[in-house]
Write a protein that binds this ligand. Structure first.
Ligand code: ZN
Length: 238
């Protein structure tokens, strides 16, 4: 399974998990006995867990990185290359989502040197299915290129902004990246292609009992129930 976090802060917003909650969740994973693996391996190792963060918030650097280091857990952070060192104030941001600082390239470079894989999350965080195909292609390619130029290492993973894509966007993503992540609320299954890996958003795992169930490998029923609920509400906020 792939966990999807955004911001570690105490605002209680839909994109937020409190740092102390994250600390407890990582301890929970550590005692669960499940293998925490790099994103690139999660679909190949049954029962494994990958940890991902969208948007590249500075609070990842401040709060998540030290905790991940304590446990020696690998993680992937998907950065918005046109906003690094700025804030998550992209034009298409959902109203009501709080604004926070994003990591600058020095912080991203330091994270990359400490067990963190840096993936792309576009240049300007648009809904890729809603922009002209040429713009979408440029968002994908340019974000990958900038990460590779800045860090001097390959960036072959991607997360769709808002989890939004269609057949044409997925085709472009396959041309630029080995792995692309969506926000479909599900466990990783062999049936799902590498161009739309399912993730479990931390928003749905905030209840400690639920997180423990999912970390222990018995949360399938709960996730299915939440997924149908989400289909009704269309909470596409991140
Ligand atoms: Zn995002």
């Amino acid at each position: 399974m792939i966990l999807c976090y955004h911001s570690l802060d105490r605002s209680g917003s839909v994109i937020s998990v409190a740092p102390e909650t994250f600390r407890w969740q990582m301890q929970c994973l550590a005692v669960s006995g499940r293998r925490v693996v790099p994103l690139a391996q999660v679909s190949e190792i049954p029962g494994s867990v990958a940890i991902t963060f969208d948007d590249g918030f500075r609070n990842f650097y401040q709060h998540a990185l030290p905790i991940l280091r304590e446990h020696d857990f690998p993680a992937t952070v998907f950065v918005v290359t046109g906003h690094c060192g700025g804030r998550n104030n992209w034009a298409s941001q959902t109203p009501g989502v709080p604004e926070f600082d994003l990591m600058d390239w020095d912080e991203i470079r330091e994270a990359a040197g400490n067990g963190v894989t840096i993936g792309a999350h576009s240049v300007t965080h648009p809904k890729l299915s809603a922009v002209p195909a040429e713009d979408a292609r440029r968002e994908l390619r340019a974000s990958r290129e900038e990460i590779e130029t800045r860090l001097g290492q390959s960036a072959d993973t991607f997360a769709y902004p808002y989890g939004d894509h269609n057949a044409s966007v997925r085709e472009m993503a396959r041309a630029s990246f080995r792995i692309s992540c969506g926000t479909t609320l599900d466990f990783v299954t062999p049936a799902r292609g590498l161009d739309d890996l399912a993730r479990l958003d931390a928003y749905y795992l905030r209840n400690p009992a639920v997180f423990q169930k999912v970390a222990g490998g018995s949360g399938q029923g709960y996730i299915l129930a939440r997924r149908s609920l989400r289909n009704l509400r269309r909470w596409m906020v991140h």
